[in-house]
Design a protein around this ligand. Sequence first.
Ligand code: SF4
Length: 433
Amino acid sequence: MSEIKILPFKITLKKEGIPKFDKRSSPGIVNQRSCPYYGARWILAPIKNTIHIVHAPIGCAFYGQNVRKKTYNIVSTDMQIEDVVYGGEKKLYRTIIESYEELGGDAIFVYATCVVALIGDNVETVCKKAEKILGIPVIPIFCPGFCGYHQAKGHEIAMKALSTIIKEGRFKKEYKEKRTVNIIGEYNVCGESKVIENILKKLGIEVIATFTGDCSIEDIKDSKNAKLNLVHCGRTGKYLADYMEERYGIPQIKISFIGLTNVKNSIIKIAKFFDIEDIAKKVIDEELSRIKEDISFYTKKLKGKRVGIFMGASKIGMLSSAFKDLEMEVISVGSQFGCLEDYLEAYKNVGEDTILVDDASKIDLELIFRHKKPDLFIGGTKEKYMALKFGIPFLSFPQDFYPFAGFSGFLNFAREVYKAIYHPIWNLVEFKT
Ligand code: SF4
């Protein structure tokens, strides 16, 4: 891998090298990124029984109110012009107290957004005052949209905030003799955290906290008892995994439960750590025998089909591997805020002529659709209607209905890919050039 070049362009072919990544977008370009506030809220909102107060004019809360069709306890201070002129601290304090009286909860996260950062409200002092009155953590999250140039900055800020909760936890005797892990960077799309948990359970491994798709404040406090951290999404989870390794000596390994090869390799890695390779082999064989026949049907149907990928960050590596498992050809891979690790992961799974693109604009994606004419495009909501208007079958990811993680999830994935490509509607639609 050492000879791979990082080029000064945002679009490259694999044979030329990796595009520049993690750079500021060009002014005026309509891209698919989100702001750091959105990134922070995205990480923190799934934590059970928590309230999220967005100190901002109403637009920020509207923007971040629901992700993946899940609704959370999102409250806005709905700042008005007089709050901007005279300051919004009193309003924020009232909102925190009223929200708690109305909704209850184990913790409150308060997001300081662009307007608040500009006028200089002292959010930290307000949070401390409310914390004393309410007796639960009230945690300020400083994430104005301009503090970074994409959502990854918000992911890091959110993970840092979680480390303040972990500090308050205790080491407990009950975990001493058990095989325990945390999963970091796993967001429980369509119940995926449970699928992963069930596989680990078959290996005799207990999950203490899944950051943040399936965890409570108590689980977060207990997470320092884990023997190993499993990093599912490196881009969002790396900060926390590094913090726990440095502070509590908990080792970390990178795993992925998306894609058949990835699941098998991850189980083997975890088993090696706990010295339970025999059990792992048995679990893998059992699970594979259950799906083998169906997978071979889908592979026959999908072999050689061409797919384009555009999404957040670490999923580009996982998905390019999953498509390789189905013997499909990946014609383009793009990411909104991927890091070097994500691109390297994708790099090893794709062909020499695959397009690699970072921070693609609408025009970049249209050019890929027009010139590469993929049989399928996989991405988020922002790309969905663009692809469909070109007459290109589309699969949303993160997906809408079924878990794609694990062995049974891979079968769901193969079936959804098949359904998207072979849907009869495509016999009636012409490709737009
Ligand atoms: S960029 Fe600023 S104003 Fe816009 S949603 Fe993000 S925090 Fe709110």
